[in-house]
Design a protein around this ligand. Structure first.
Ligand code: PMP
Length: 393
């Protein structure tokens, strides 16, 4: 087929296979309930874990920073200069994470895809967890390093691969998600970092779903395992529990110094806007002073998992608030999500291949600290009713 005609076929193909995801348009802020198509729906699919995306203090900080500094960073930081708010945010992130230094990126995806190619290149080897996030996979591809995939949650497979490839490459890197975004299980990071050290390999964790969720006051996975000083690189995002936008990499002063000289999103893409930087600083301040939101998040998470489990749903092996309701078949997942949306006023998107493996389609529920006890009960009741209607239960 010539020209662009193939696109129509591709779209039809997606629709026929239940892989075409409807994208809803929100007419309200992120919250426990959202407005879509003029209707109010229970929101069970946002990563706004602590409810900071629409927090009045956080909004005020952003508004004040916009009034003082404007809405744009002007250009890339190496050309137009670093806004002082970025420097303050980087100091705050490093302190919160108990790391030496940090570098702020415009997004988590850019943090991964912009950092990995600085650490490794075509003569090097990356040991990458089977279920790592797409932005890690992209970063490894961009680096041109040899990719060796180790099995999900399998430290003996990692050791086997480290042994097998120990004489390859000039440098090597072990990289893993901390919390796996579609399953909610937690990587055995302590053992992974020990193995990396034993085989003289750099260690890197993507803590996107551990931030604000794991560890003391939500400091993340390194704090949860008590291994901050052992880990070489900790990457994270501001777009989930911290409620805003942007990403970061934390590590040694030398690492951050080198990223500023080599990392392409830093050198070739304009910086995060000042309002965003101020908002994130306020979110961290809130998390540092008070962990009641964190406690509520975990209570909601336990209640939701217990309720769905009691109904007979398969919620997989999650150890975090990420709650997958695994139905298997792609069309079934889409049907369940549509029934919840149309008939139960519950908003939760289906997750299908290629985001998850074929035959493991699911609805991923994300409880938040904003949900009340009765919201969680409403969600469980909605799943009971939709599940019975569709003969899933
Ligand atoms: N890593 C993981 C594990 C994620 O889940 C995400 C967000 N989907 C990212 C990185 C990218 O973060 P951001 O949305 O800030 O680009």
């Amino acid at each position: 087929m010539s020209g662009m005609g193939w696109i129509k076929n591709e779209l039809e193909n997606l629709k026929e296979n239940g892989r075409y995801i409807p994208i809803r348009i929100l007419q309200s802020p992120q919250g426990s309930w959202v407005k879509i198509d003029g209707r109010t729906l229970l929101n069970m699919c946002s990563n706004n874990y602590l409810g900071l995306a629409n927090n009045p203090e956080v909004k005020k900080a952003a508004i004040e920073a916009i009034e003082e500094y404007g809405v744009g960073a002007g250009a890339v930081r190496s050309i137009a200069g670093s806004d002082e708010l970025h420097i303050k945010l980087e100091e705050k992130v490093a302190k919160f994470k108990h790391m030496e230094d940090s570098l702020v990126y415009q997004g988590g995806l850019l943090a991964n895809s912009g950092t990995i190619p600085v650490l490794v290149g075509k003569d090097d080897v990356v040991f990458s967890e089977e279920l790592n996030h797409a932005s890690i996979i992209d970063g490894v591809r961009l680096s041109s390093a040899k990719r060796v995939v180790f099995k999900h949650m399998d430290k003996s497979d990692l050791e086997k691969q480290l042994k097998e490839h120990r004489n390859e490459g000039k440098r090597s890197l072990v990289i893993t998600d901390g919390v796996f975004s579609m399953d909610g299980d937690i990587a055995p990071l302590k053992e992974i970092v020990e193995l990396a050290q034993r085989y003289d390999t750099m260690s890197y964790v993507d803590d996107a779903h551990g931030e604000g969720v794991l560890g003391d006051h939500g400091r993340g996975i390194a704090d949860y395992f008590g291994i901050g000083s052992e880990l070489d690189v900790e990457m994270g995002t501001f777009s989930k529990a911290l409620g805003g936008m942007g990403g970061f990499v934390a590590g040694s002063h030398e690492l951050i110094d080198l990223l500023k000289q080599r990392s392409r999103p830093f050198l070739f893409s304009s910086a995060l806007n000042p309002g965003e930087a101020a908002a994130i600083m306020k979110s961290i301040e809130i998390m540092e002073r008070d962990d009641s939101l964190l406690k509520k998040l975990w209570k909601n998470s336990d209640d939701l998992k217990n309720g769905l489990g009691n109904l007979g749903y398969n919620t997989g092996s999650s150890k975090t608030p990420i709650t997958p309701v695994i139905v298997g078949n792609e069309k079934k997942a889409l049907e369940l999500s549509t029934t919840l949306y149309n008939e139960e006023n519950l908003f939760a998107s289906p997750i299908v291949y290629p985001t998850v493996q074929l035959g493991t389609a699911r609805i991923r529920l994300m409880p938040s600290a904003l949900h009340s006890n009765s919201d969680i009960k409403t969600a469980i009741d909605a799943f009971e009713s939709a599940g019975k209607k569709l003969k899933i239960l």
